[in-house]
Design a protein around this ligand. Sequence first.
Ligand SMILES: [Zn+2]
Length: 335
Amino acid sequence: MKPLYPWQKESWQALQGLRARLPHAVLLMGAQGIGKLDLAFNFAQSLLCEKPLASGTACQECNSCRWFEQESHPDFRLIQPDALTAAEDGEEKAGGKKPSREISVDQIRDLSSFANLSAHCGGYRVVLVYPAEAMNNNAANSLLKTLEEPTDKLLFLLVTHKPQQLLPTILSRCLGFPVHTPTREAGVAWLKQLGVLNPEHALAQTGFAPLQALGWAESGEGAEERSILLNAIRQPAMLDALALADSLQRSVPVHVIHCLQQWCHDLASAKLAGQVRYFPDQTAELIKLAGGISTVALLRFQKELLEARRAAFHPLNPKLLMESLLLSYRQLFAA
Ligand SMILES: [Zn+2]
């Protein structure tokens, strides 16, 4: 599960504030792409956790947390359209019926046995409905019946970015919990940390929703060159600096340098502290690579990158600059 996003501190505290007198249903609503679903997952896990931390966040260590991470917690149900489940599982059906984009009445009815049993672990049970507006009318009416006869210690978490599409009767049965769009600064800072090259632009393109902006940036401009670069620098022994500089010809030099800077930052951080910042999904690889280079040589290369960056806005010969930087990078691992 994804940790809370940096802009969700206040929402998190407000959700934790509900713990003392938990309602039967909470409707998290706000713009698309700001992390409402991840917030809901975190809240659900924290309610089920055996030893939540002082901040209320789940401990990530107890049995309950383990089950939750493995998506097998007996006291948790996720209700979402089959199309979403299929997309997550990477299933592509050849022929046959397309998975539904709606939440069906059967999916809600299947909950009745869950709703009537007592919790396996003696605590809460949580049902997460996402996106709530995907419930068709029958499903919504069926849910309404369950909400009208609430069960003790059973919480419904509904998540939506289209509350206007929900039945008014559903709305009136839920505690509305508005999740705010983060400030531009918070969004930019987060995207920058993930290596998005032009975070302001990406944010603006997506109505200031950081998760949307990240998706946009990853599929958008420069993404292909970035992945070519990352693939190559991951395997320095096989790196062909001249060929790589050639295939990066269409990239903006400053973007390439920026990416190299982040990579080297992580190499240094992996070497000195055993942790990374920009490429967390490649921590193990970075630690392994960092083991084979000298700190002094790495510092020297980082300085070279810094100087190149200053010149990179108007390089006389961008390809030559790339070649020379990539050769230096490869040299790091030659010793
Ligand atoms: Zn736990």
